[in-house]
Design a protein around this ligand. Structure first.
Ligand code: BES
Ligand code: ZN
Ligand code: ZN
Length: 484
């Protein structure tokens, strides 16, 4: 696999092709984003070769790959992702050894995203071909100014957590079982000096986690709730943050069986838990001054002789009774017990959860933004800010009492589906709100962003690590803010 090296000086090796971004400028003069005089002198060349700097335009001339970003006014930092990837692929097709990206003129957010995108794009998606991998060979140099160094290095570290989450998530359900997830959480904790504990089936019974347990009744595999804990060195952290991820290792729908078309994609229904693993890896490295607890409720949702049936009623560990009207709305059941347990046991100031929770979220927002719902306006604003810094896009939906009303049951405290097709993402979050008591809480529905079936740069296909960079950014911000 190609390597990525940050440089502060132009190496100007003969074997190195340069990659330079350009805005389409005005009056025929291209806005070349470089501080190299040699590169800036290429205006005439660009004119001769009729390069306009239009979005997506690529010209290779004089050992330089010029990449058009289009009009500066309509440019958005997240667009850098596709341009970084297309220029990488272009350079790789030239069969050269190195390419050197000139990133010195990029704004901080574009730079951060460019570096993450390269790391993510270069990272081979897990495959099981016996013929071996066809990895990308090109080495890239990132030409940064001194001031950009720390951003580029931070981006590299975040990318390694994203790629770690992706690797776990890309495993099929016969490999990534609930037991596999627990073993992974344990080994991550061990590697990074984090505390690890496990709530197993027996303890779940003791604790009354019947919502979580009920999801696994149809499966031959036991549910698990691994917990990873990070404590800051000075142990005087004045905030505690719990991060909960949905870990359904396979979602067949249970007795409310899903149609077979596309059911294979439900191996990615553990993306929330995988994101929590990536987040905890970054937290261990970045050492925020906050206590951070990662909880990964994991189960396999299968039909079976003992499976939960529509109409069954269970009691969660906070004492609330739930009428299960659709066994395919299982994510909220495992989250319910994990969130209620986190509240009771750790008394967190903040609860963050990530889940591939609803198909409705894919309908509402497509594949470009995750859904975000919160019980606290200030926290929601911080999330939006963190989202625009990390470019891990989140869009808020309302969580009003009217929606909570829709989840009331005739025979139990609440039901797990509203019974209409309206506002599916919101009613799912409204269900979860029953298990939050004191904490400021934000819920991310990553159903549309957690994996790709078509190429959306920088991910060609498979798991994306959605939520890792946003939640790490949020945790770092909250811990710095509240401890100041
Ligand atoms: N894991 C699915 C949600 C999902 C569907 C994510 C498609 C990504 C793509 C979840 O457990 C589920 O099945 N939700 C149901 C809820 C419904 C029964 C209220 C859904 O969205 O159809
Ligand atoms: Zn489901
Ligand atoms: Zn699910």
């Amino acid at each position: 696999m190609g390597r990525i090296i940050i440089l502060n000086k132009d190496m100007d090796k003969k074997s190195t092709v340069k990659i330079v971004f350009c805005f389409s400028g005005s009056k025929g003069k291209i806005d070349i984003l470089s501080n190299s005089k040699k590169v800036l002198r290429k205006q005439d060349l660009l004119k001769r070769r009729k390069f306009k700097g239009d979005e997506g335009e690529i010209l290779y001339a004089d050992g330089i790959i010029f990449v058009g970003l289009g009009n500066k006014k309509s440019y958005l930092p997240r667009f850098i992702r596709k341009h970084v990837v297309s220029s990488f692929n272009f350079a790789e097709n030239l069969r050269i050894e190195h390419a050197s990206y000139d990133l010195r003129m990029l704004d901080d957010v574009s730079l951060y995203n460019a570096v993450i995108s390269l790391h993510v794009h270069l990272h081979e998606t897990t495959n099981f071909k016996s013929s071996g991998n066809s990895s990308k060979k090109l080495d890239v140099h990132l030409l940064c100014s001194n001031g950009q160094n720390s951003i580029a290095m931070h981006a590299g570290r975040i990318a390694s957590s994203i790629n770690y989450a992706r690797d776990i998530d890309n495993n099929p359900a016969n490999i990534a079982t609930p037991q596999f997830m627990a073993a992974e959480a344990k080994s991550l904790a061990k590697k990074h000096g984090l505390k690890y504990s496990l709530i197993d089936k027996k303890m779940m019974r003791k604790l009354g986690m019947n919502a979580l347990l009920s999801v696994s009744y149809g499966s031959a595999r036991d549910p698990v709730l691994p917990i990873i804990e990070y404590l800051p060195r000075n142990k005087r952290a004045n905030i505690t943050i719990a991060v909960v991820g949905k870990g359904i290792t396979f979602d067949s729908g249970g007795i409310s069986l899903k149609p077979s078309k596309g059911m294979d994609e439900m191996k990615f229904d553990k993306s929330g838990a995988c994101a929590v693993l990536g987040i905890m890896k970054s937290v261990a490295q970045l050492k925020p001054n906050a206590r951070v607890i990662g909880l990964l409720p994991c189960a396999e949702n299968m039909p079976g002789g003992r499976a939960t049936k529509p109409g069954d009623v269970v009691k969660a560990c906070n004492g609330k009774t739930i009428e299960i009207l659709n066994t395919d709305a299982e994510g909220r059941l495992i989250l319910a017990d994990a969130i209620a347990y986190a509240e009771k046991h750790y008394k967190p100031n903040y609860i963050i959860d990530l889940a591939t929770l609803t198909g409705a979220c894919v309908v509402a927002l497509g594949s470009y933004a995750m859904g975000m719902l919160s019980n606290d306006d200030e926290l929601a604003r911080e999330v939006i800010d963190a989202s625009s810094r990390s470019l891990d896009e989140a869009w808020r939906l309302p969580l009003w009492p009217e929606y909570k009303e829709m989840m009331k049951s005739k025979i139990a405290d609440i039901k797990n589906i509203s019974g209409t097709h309206e506002a599916g993402t919101i009613t799912a979050a409204a269900f979860l709100s029953n298990f939050v008591s004191k904490a400021k809480w934000v819920h991310f529905d990553i159903a549309g962003t957690a994996w790709r079936t078509k190429n959306i740069p920088p991910v060609e296909f498979g798991a994306t690590g959605s939520g890792v960079s946003l939640v790490v950014e949020l945790i770092m911000h909250l811990s710095a803010h509240r401890n100041a």
